[in-house]
Design a protein around this ligand. Structure first.
Ligand code: HAM
Length: 437
């Protein structure tokens, strides 16, 4: 074969390989997220990585549109790699699942793609566990999504985290009453999402809102605090001229009261000027944060108009997506090790060439009993093979030798205790199970 000179390849910018240790942590966080979905009754669905650009862009917001991996497929369709799950779920609910009884609880897990500037905790390929509760406009649905998010943080062992909480209905209520068109409202929310409050005030002025309104917005952007009752009372006084903004404040109060009375405890920071980049939110919005990271571990909120936009009937919905990569980073920062059960790991070493087939046969027997087994494949001496088994963290090794085998026995070595015993093959699986407790 002709040898072609190749460069040494690396992953492309923003993309990562996960080596076994990191993969184990990612899978641990994913495992807990999936378990949680089961405990709350969220059924898993799988949606495609490639979707129509138009679907993904419909209400994703300007920033997201700029960051999508977009291309024309060979059929000339404008498509994109999914930057989030919510649009795909809304498409499903508006179409194939439109006649399913409500409420529907759906769960999705997988990789997503955003052409973000790579930096700590911000990647171009990342993973989310996404939970969507469809069909209820009641505050108990919002409360469930908050409770579930808190539950995941607790199960991962995270400490001292807080939830940043707001409500899209407050600012949108004011702006709508001031006749600001939806597109201008969206631009203003994008500025707030980037914490550009002065620019947001200028944008409001440019929409010809009243001077009183500018004053109200200015004060609202500063309304922030840890005590929901105090902050919300203040916000309610501020928006007393704006009917639907008052309703939004009351809705937020109802949600938080349900969570509190349900005995769910987490730290809250209420922010009246909080906005999220995605444009589909209509009610509660929130993001959990750990003190060691100044990036959100997840994000969610209520989006009551999206499913209808995609051709479904009017359908209320609320959901959250947890960033698996960031949860793993937060666990590392807080020095939390995944509580992975100590797994058995057995290496089978034939002590001479004629016994290789016996090693294969024994490895099959162990796997049949759900014991992970690796047979020696490098043709090494027993001592080299034992050294390697030790390095890999094998819990047991089995030495297959001719003398023992004549009596249907092998030597089982407990690698931790450094003890070796001759065991009858028929008792091997039981012995290994038993020695692991
Ligand atoms: P999001 O806030 O865009 O919301 O993303 C949710 C979470 O995904 C973020 O808080 C973060 O943990 C993770 N994430 C986002 N971008 C990146 C990135 N470039 N690198 C690493 N992690 C990232 C949504 O996606 C909504 N669909 C959430 C939702 C579900 N709202 C209602 N239902």
């Amino acid at each position: 074969m002709q040898r072609i000179e190749m460069p040494r390849f690396n992953t492309i910018r923003g993309m990562r390989d996960f080596l076994p240790k990191h993969t184990e942590r990612m899978r641990y966080a994913e495992g807990l997220s999936r378990e949680l979905a089961g405990l709350y009754g969220y059924e898993e669905v799988i949606t495609p990585i490639v979707e129509s650009y138009k679907l993904l862009a419909a209400k994703s917001g300007e920033e997201m549109k700029q960051r999508m991996y977009t291309f024309k497929d060979l059929g000339g369709r404008k498509v994109a790699l999914r930057p989030e799950f919510t649009a795909s779920i809304a498409r499903l609910v508006a179409g194939k699942m439109r006649n399913e009884p409500k409420p529907m609880r759906l769960f999705c897990m997988g990789s997503l793609y955003r052409y973000d500037e790579p930096q700590y905790g911000r990647f171009r390929e990342f993973w989310q566990a996404d939970y969507e509760l469809i069909g209820s406009e009641k505050p108990e649905a919002d409360a469930e999504i908050l409770t579930l998010t808190n539950d995941l943080m607790e199960r991962l062992g995270l400490r001292n985290y807080h939830f940043r909480i707001g409500h899209m209905g407050i600012l949108r209520g004011i702006l709508s009453q001031e006749n600001v068109e939806e597109e201008s409202q969206n631009r203003l929310m994008q500025l707030l999402d980037k914490k550009q409050r002065d620019e947001a005030l200028i944008a409001a002025r440019n929409c010809n809102v009243s001077e009183e309104c500018v004053g109200t917005l200015k004060r609202l952007f500063k309304a922030k605090g840890k005590e929901p009752s105090r902050v919300l009372r203040r916000v309610k006084e501020e928006v007393e001229e704006y009917g639907s903004a008052i309703a939004a404040v009351e809705n937020l109060w109802d949600i938080l009261e349900l969570v509190r009375d349900g005995g769910v405890k987490f730290e809250i920071v209420i922010e009246a000027g909080f906005a999220r980049g995605l444009e589909y939110y209509t009610g509660l919005i929130f993001e959990p944060y750990a003190p060691e990271l100044d990036i959100a571990l997840g994000g969610g909120g209520r989006y009551d108009k999206l499913i209808e936009l995609f051709g479904g009937g009017p359908t209320a919905a609320v959901g959250v997506a947890h960033g698996i990569d960031r949860l793993v980073l937060a666990m590392k920062k807080q020095k939390i090790s995944p509580r992975i059960r100590e797994e058995k790991r057995v290496v089978i070493i034939p002590i001479s060439d004629e016994l290789k087939a016996k090693a294969i046969e024994l490895s099959l027997m162990l796997r049949e009993a759900k014991i992970p087994a690796e047979a020696e494949v490098m043709g090494r001496t027993v001592s080299r093979a034992l050294e390697d088994a030790d390095r890999k963290g094998a819990t047991h090794t089995i030495l297959v030798g001719p003398d023992e085998l004549r009596e249907d026995k092998v030597s089982l070595r407990d690698m931790k205790k450094r003890e070796q015993r001759v065991i009858e093959i028929k008792n091997l699986c039981e012995e290994i199970e038993w020695s692991m407790g």
